[in-house]
Design a protein around this ligand. Structure first.
Ligand code: NDP
Length: 332
């Protein structure tokens, strides 16, 4: 068996010194436990925060211990009356090829409803983040302009599509021409702009000719500054992420936008998807419904092989992914 541990806390972008592959004993389940074979594991931007020491909403990863995150696995041995061999499960598990877990730490995934990988993406944590952040805080109305940054990622592309379903004018911001084309041609965003384009500011202004009513914030930094300049009165800003600062040595202490918030009586509210844990079934049901009606598409970038997990994780900060970034570890 094999697991990936945190070898050292990264300074700046995580690299090969951050991770360590360790060969471990093949575990055997005790009473009320199951042995899980990892099929997919999720790499997520928030995990960069857990590599840092200090107080946060979730404890930091420990040095020389396995990294953990969203995993989909198959039950290969069960000493629990709730699970059978062959069941597909998901939970916050270790980055390991095999592991034993208590029956209470995973949920069953129904493979007949949708491809199992979606339970780490559109029908899982990122989908719920998009749904609750946009609907609860953003509250887009028909005809309003919704801007989303990180628009071609797991959360962002769901946000933009939900905003379209609500009848909004949707503008996405992302980091490559391929992503821009995808958002406009495949997902019917009204406009999408590459933040690396020298004409980014002008293009954003043109795309938001009626101002910005909702800004779903995924990236922070200079990109967001440009959106803030276009806010309308009573704008809402769900603050979901700030990936542009996650590798900074010092925490980014902005915002520098107080005056604009005051002038526009704008609401800027940070949130965590786990705040909505009790309402997850409602959100996932709605997302699945839209998928079945053909109104909501999803995309995944799947990196093959457990050994490529560190590289996949680093890719989040380089923008290698379109949609949800996953590592495929094994076939069921
Ligand atoms: P994504 O699938 O969007 O992957 C990250 C993307 O961020 C990359 O593809 C890249 O796309 C973009 N990116 C990376 N570095 C930068 C940068 N310096 N400036 C601008 N864009 C950058 O990840 P998720 O959808 O999983 O997460 C999106 C955001 O939502 C993150 O900030 C994450 O922390 C946050 N989040 C928050 C949650 C909450 O509960 N509040 C829950 C889940 C996610 P590109 O090519 O466009 O640069």
């Amino acid at each position: 068996n094999e697991e990936i541990q945190l070898a050292s806390r990264p300074v700046g972008l995580p690299d090969e010194k951050t991770f360590r592959f360790v060969t471990t004993e093949m575990p055997t389940p005790n009473e009320e436990e199951i042995l899980v074979k990892t099929l997919y594991l999720s790499v997520d931007p928030y995990m960069r925060g857990r590599m840092r020491e200090g107080k946060s909403y979730v404890a930091p990863f420990a040095i020389d211990e396995a990294i953990s995150g969203g995993v989909i696995g198959e039950v290969v041995e069960s000493k629990s009356s709730n699970f059978q061999k062959g069941d597909i499960v998901t939970g916050m598990l270790n980055w390991a090829r095999y592991q034993t877990v208590n029956e209470t730490s995973v949920q069953k995934v129904n493979p007949s409803l949708a491809p199992i990988s979606t339970s780490l993406g559109v029908l899982g944590m990122p989908g719920a983040t998009a749904y609750f952040g946009l609907m609860d805080i953003g509250q887009p109305k028909e005809g309003e302009t919704v801007v989303v940054s990180g628009a071609a990622g797991a959360v962002g592309m769901i946000v933009g599509q939900i905003a379209k379903i609500q009848g909004a004018h949707v503008v996405g911001i992302a980091g490559s021409q391929e992503k821009i084309d995808y958002l406009v041609n495949e997902l019917n965003f009204d406009a999408a702009i590459n933040y690396k384009d020298p004409d980014f500011k002008t293009k954003l202004k043109e795309a938001c000719s009626n101002g910005v009513d909702v800004y779903f914030e995924n990236v922070g930094g200079d990109i967001s500054d440009e959106v803030f300049k276009r806010l309308n009165v009573n704008a809402r800003i769900p603050v979901c992420g700030a990936i542009s600062s996650y590798n900074n040595k010092e925490i980014d202490l902005g915002p520098r936008v107080q005056t604009l918030l005051i002038q526009n009586r704008a609401l800027m509210k940070g949130f965590l998807v786990f705040d909505y844990i009790d309402r997850f079934p409602e959100g996932i049901k709605q997302l699945a419904g839209w998928m079945m009606e053909g109104k909501l598409k999803y995309e995944e970038t799947i990196v093959e092989g457990f050994e490529n997990t560190p590289e996949a994780f680093e890719g989040l900060f380089k923008g290698t992914n379109l949609g949800k970034l996953l590592v495929k570890v094994a076939e069921p």
